[in-house]
Ligand binder design. Structure first.
Ligand SMILES: [Fe+2]
Length: 344
């Protein structure tokens, strides 16, 4: 496995690059805007293809590189389902897996630092965001933070992991790089408490200054997605237009979400499946979409319209010009009362 712990000095942030091997798909956790060029260079040097970027929560102390990485590599942006970011390519729930070729990370909902904080467990290691730090924990005094929630996220979730689990946090201000669940249980001063009230009392006594970047970072990070207006930079067919003649439909509908998303929320009846991760293969000369596009119009959709915007662009590069997408994606469809078919 390729595993790189990358550091941003200004914000003391750790970002993590994961891939199963050279030449495989890669995933980045909590990337920092100022380091974008460095990530892109490293991806090239390691010969890996960035497929997903995860932000563990909306960061207040740095601007996330998520959107720039998406624009340069067309990767999938991933956050937990509680994220207040309006458009995220893919949202995961507690217990769901985020997968790339050869690797899987289980999402663990760990609110407290913020109400959208998630941790991600991969085999022997857990990426704890700002929930559990090395000999510390993330502050709980803004972004709907709550020290009681954090107590439960720590004691009922993260500290229940096996003792030897490696802890990789999103920040360290002292130069530590990695810890274990055992070490943190024993030596983390904030975890030497008897109950949630004691923990909340410690957190309430901290009185920390706001992060210097906060006023810039939070609004920037909240608007990281390809919003509806921007989704119109490629050909679109809006939901009301589709519903006007439904179930008659002039288009071949193509669902480009992942199998897990389709099983969780169903699909639009009559859709075929062409997952975004392998979308270029579907558009290639002998791919099924290439021959379909010669005979009729193709309408792509994903969860909220971000991946499908990028997919229309990919199709265009393959010379498929008969391709449009649904702005707002499956969410816009279901919000408008469109029919849904379950996926077994
Ligand atoms: Fe944070």
């Amino acid at each position: 496995m390729l595993f790189r712990q990358l550091f941003d000095k200004t914000s003391s942030t750790y970002s993590y690059l994961l891939a199963s091997r050279r030449g495989a798909e890669a995933l980045l956790i909590d990337p920092v805007f100022e380091q974008t060029e460095r990530y892109l260079k490293l991806l090239e040097e390691l010969d890996v293809k960035l497929m997903k970027v995860i932000d563990t929560h909306v960061h207040a102390d740095h601007v996330s590189a998520m959107r720039w990485l998406r624009d340069s590599t067309r990767c999938i942006t991933v956050m937990g389902e509680h994220s207040p970011v309006e458009i995220v390519s893919m949202r995961v729930r507690d217990g769901e897996q985020v997968t790339i070729e050869g690797l899987g990370l289980a999402a663990i909902y760990t609110p407290g630092h913020t109400d959208d904080s998630y941790s991600f467990l991969m085999d022997d290691r857990v990426f704890t965001g700002d929930t559990l730090l090395i000999r510390g924990t993330g502050r709980t005094d803004f972004q709907n933070g709550n020290s009681y929630d954090q107590y439960h996220s720590l004691f009922d979730r993260l500290l229940k992991l096996p003792d030897q689990t490696l802890v990789y946090p999103a920040h360290d201000y002292k130069g530590d790089t990695v810890s274990t669940i055992y070490e943190e249980k024993r030596f983390n001063p904030r975890l030497q408490v008897k109950n949630a009230e004691e923990y909340a009392a410690i957190m309430a006594s901290l009185r920390l200054a706001n992060p210097t970047m906060m006023d810039v970072a939070i609004p920037e990070n909240l608007k990281a997605g390809i919003v509806l207006d921007a989704q119109r930079r490629v050909p679109v067919v809006d939901v009301p237009e589709l519903l006007r003649t439904w179930p008659a439909c002039d288009y071949q509908l193509v669902d480009i979400r992942e199998e897990g998303e389709r099983r969780r929320s169903g699909t639009i009846p009559g859709s075929i499946h062409a997952p975004y991760a392998r979308f270029d293969q579907f558009c290639g000369k002998s791919g099924p979409l290439a021959s379909m596009a010669r005979h009729g119009r193709i309408l792509l959709y994903c969860a909220v319209g971000e991946r499908s915007t990028l997919a229309v662009e990919i199709a265009g590069e393959f010379g498929l010009d008969n391709v449009a997408h649904i702005p707002g994606g499956f969410k816009a469809w279901t919000n408008a009362g469109g029919a849904v078919e379950t996926v077994e």
